[in-house]
Design a protein around this ligand. Structure first.
Ligand SMILES: NC(=O)c1ccc[n+]([C@@H]2O[C@H](COP(=O)([O-])OP(=O)(O)OC[C@H]3O[C@@H](n4cnc5c(N)ncnc54)[C@H](OP(=O)(O)O)[C@@H]3O)[C@@H](O)[C@H]2O)c1
Length: 269
């Protein structure tokens, strides 16, 4: 697995990590055990960066439980997602309990009430309870405001969507992030499974095999990570075998311009 510096966060992250939206929002004991198995496979594959949020129902708690006894082996990224400072403080307190008193990357989810939460997160950063501060948004319509937050100089990572069908960040966000030394966490690498609805025929992936990718999921992840401005992609999966398959795409050789254009064509069909 390729390890990358996540901008100026000071965090060294694997190229492929894992998201937990929906997949870790479970309550039954069997489902929680299954989540632990997914995490076990992720850690064994080197995909030790996990993204969660209080917006994802039970996910933060389930991830915390799945990491019990091995928290040190993981990097945890969560979010504050609250209209008021008071609610945000409660979320932060709960998250710190779930994750052994430390959150590696604390992000402001969808930029909700970001000014107030940023002050609170700065305080937690000074206390050493969090490793770095970030912000997230999934809508291109919010990227103007995201740029404003980036330019405050107070965040060192952002989480945004990027895949061959969602390329808006190429216009202004990626260049600005590079100028400012801001790390990029890539959400929705498969367009929330939209890129699996009509996958290309396996024989069309043959020309890419020399890059160490065999499946459409691996091709898509390699497409993202071949842009060195993207540091960690966080596909979500409920299947341990998919965890390993995804992790295998997190190392070179990387695609050049020609291969990336070819994948874009495949994804457009
Ligand atoms: N901050 C935000 O606004 C925001 C918004 C969206 C997402 N996110 C973060 O980004 C993460 C990822 O985004 P996402 O969950 O929307 O979608 P995604 O990762 O683009 O796609 C998830 C889907 O891909 C499938 N999948 C995963 N690996 C696969 C493989 N190797 N082969 C075939 N199918 C595979 C999963 O099904 P299986 O379970 O069958 O593998 C699942 O249906 C989220 O979990 C969350 O942490 C953040």
């Amino acid at each position: 697995m390729d390890i990358r510096s996540l901008g100026n966060t000071g965090l060294e992250v694997p190229a492929v990590g894992m998201g937990t939206w929906q997949t870790f929002d479970v309550k039954e004991e069997v489902a929680e055990k299954h989540a632990r198995e997914v995490v076990t496979r992720a850690l064994a594959s080197g995909a030790n960066f996990f993204d969660t949020s209080p917006m994802y129902g039970e996910s933060e708690r389930v991830l915390g439980k799945a990491l019990e006894g091995r928290r040190e082996a993981a990097l945890v990224a969560t979010k504050v997602w609250a209209p008021t400072l008071r609610e945000g403080r409660d979320q932060i307190r709960r998250a710190l309990q779930f994750h052994g008193g430390k959150v590696d990357l604390y992000q402001i989810h969808n930029l909700v009430n970001w000014r107030e939460h940023l002050d609170e997160l700065d305080r937690r950063l000074d206390e050493g309870k969090i490793g770095a501060i970030g912000a997230t948004h999934y809508l291109p319509g919010a990227f103007g405001e995201l740029k404003t937050v980036m330019k405050t100089g107070r965040i060192t990572a952002i989480q945004v969507p990027y895949n061959p069908r969602e390329r808006e960040i190429e216009r202004e966000i990626l260049p600005l992030a590079t100028d400012l030394g801001i790390g990029i966490v890539v959400m929705r690498p498969f367009a929330q499974d939209g890129l699996f609805r009509r996958p290309p025929h396996p024989k069309r992936l043959k020309p890419l095999e020399s890059f160490g990718v065999k499946t459409w999921a691996q091709v898509l992840l390699k497409w993202i990570l071949s842009d060195p401005r993207c540091h960690v992609a966080i596909p979500a999966t409920s299947k341990p075998d998919h965890v390993r398959e995804n992790a295998e795409a997190g190392q070179g050789p990387w695609f050049g311009r020609e291969e990336r254009e070819y994948v874009t064509l495949l994804a457009g069909q």
